[in-house]
Design a protein. Structure first.
Lengths: 263, 169
């Protein structure tokens, strides 16, 4: 199913597409983060990242389930969206699919994404669609834990040793061009705002910048240029080379045994 | 088979009290506040449950256990639905549940505080969590994340024991 050319029209179709994007972000980043399980730099961090990965996949799952309901298609469930779509069907932001890199890279990404999610969800919790708003409120409580966690690590690594400082600075420099896409507003976003179900990200762009700048400065890090060249395309199904590999690993078992069940 | 018409809600509530949390077996799903509502319309029973933590793998098991319990009790026309209309909070745990948690060795959640401005609390202030083993207040947080999504890791400086705290959300 390619949805590249399909433009959603009704309120229900817009909501379906809007929710899928949020879910795709969380599934893909949750899957990436889970790669740390068993390899964390220390036991507490291993557990923390496994926990956060599990939360994110849980967030994706409840959003997919609602999307399945909205799709009107029988027999659709969260597994359908996670396992039986191809790379161009996924609408996640590119920042979510990049390889885990080192611990500094993981922390920089978690911080940028969690802080974005926090401001976004603060808006979405007042969505006119009650079921959507209920799901968002649930997730928001957990996102606050994620934001605290990654922010504390940005401070500790940035203001830590020479090596930790240099590694997380490099991470922010490398990932910066993937932050522009967080705030791009395309037709789906605009229609979602018009229907009262989505959020206008320009409304919290400055709040997000302020939190990012304050945290990085407190961590003695240099803030890269917000106006530099930025990547885009994830929301249209154009991805980096990394997504296909991630999907291959995540989907192969389910696709090899499509009707397999735990016994 | 039990006819739905002949069954009362209170009967169903008491059956559900026999379903325990697979990860904290001393607690049942009613006293944890997971079962929100039971409705009987016409000839179908609808049990509404709400997730504790989104990533909690126990939720699937809990849903299956509720299904199994009701089937074992002879009920056939029922649905278990996940409901997000209210957000689960540890405040819904009964005092009895909190007492059982402590006895089990897990520091229970304290009542939640109304949140003022989250961004001003980004530097989490250290809460004092009493040790469930020796009641000492001389404890320290080791990690906000523990063996399950709902628990944080603490250490008691007096009895030298690590312990888990059920996070309050």
């Amino acid at each position: 199913m390619s949805t590249l050319e399909t433009k959603p029209a009704t309120k229900q179709e817009v909501l379906h597409e809007y929710i899928l994007r949020l879910a795709d972000d969380r599934l893909i980043l949750g899957q990436r983060l889970s790669e740390w399980t068993g390899f964390g730099p220390e036991l507490e961090e291993d557990l923390a990242m496994a926990n956060i990965a599990l939360d994110m996949i849980g967030h994706a799952s409840s959003l997919y389930e609602y999307a399945a309901e909205l799709s009107g298609e029988e027999d659709r469930d969260d597994d359908y969206y996670a396992y039986f779509r191809d790379d161009t069907d996924f609408k996640n932001l590119k920042i979510c699919e990049l390889p885990i890199g080192d611990f500094g890279f993981t922390i920089a990404r978690q911080f940028l994404f969690s802080s974005f999610s926090y401001f976004l969800y603060e808006q979405l919790k007042d969505s006119e669609d009650e079921q959507f708003a209920g799901i968002i409120k649930k997730h928001l409580k957990e996102i606050k834990y994620h934001l605290r966690h990654s922010r504390e690590w940005v401070l500790r690594l940035g203001d830590g040793t020479e090596e930790s400082h240099q590694k997380i600075q490099t991470a922010f420099d490398d990932i910066w061009m993937y932050t522009g896409e967080l705030f791009d507003m395309d037709d789906v976003d605009k229609m979602a705002v018009k229907h009262g179900i989505g959020a206008d990200s320009s409304g919290f762009h400055n709040d997000w910048k302020e939190l990012v700048v304050n945290t990085m400065e407190e961590a003695t890090l240099k803030v890269p240029d917000f106006n530099q060249y930025m990547q885009e395309g994830g929301r249209r199904g154009f991805h980096t080379e990394y997504l296909g590999h991630l999907l291959a690993q995540m989907q192969f078992l389910r696709r090899s045994y499509p009707d397999g069940e735990w016994k | 088979m039990n006819e739905v018409k002949s069954i009362s809600k209170s009967q169903i509530w008491s059956w559900l009290k026999e379903v325990t949390d697979p990860e904290i077996p001393v607690l049942n799903v009613v006293e944890m506040g997971i079962v929100r509502n039971i409705e009987i319309d016409d000839d179908t029973v609808v049990v509404k449950i709400t997730p504790t933590y989104s990533g909690c793998p126990a939720m699937n098991a809990i849903e299956m256990d509720i299904n199994k319990k009701l089937r074992d009790k002879g009920l056939s026309d029922f649905k278990v639905k996940t409901d997000f209309s209210e957000t689960w909070t540890t405040d819904w745990m009964t005092d009895e549940a909190k007492r059982k948690l402590k006895e089990y060795g897990i520091a229970p959640p304290e009542p939640t505080e109304p949140e003022k401005d989250f961004l001003s609390t980004l530097v989490a202030k250290q809460k004092i969590v009493p040790c469930p083993h020796c009641d000492s207040l001389n404890t320290k947080l080791q990690s906000q994340f523990g063996s399950t999504a709902c628990k944080a890791q603490y250490f008691c400086n007096d009895c030298d024991q690590p312990f888990e705290h059920f996070k309050c959300i």
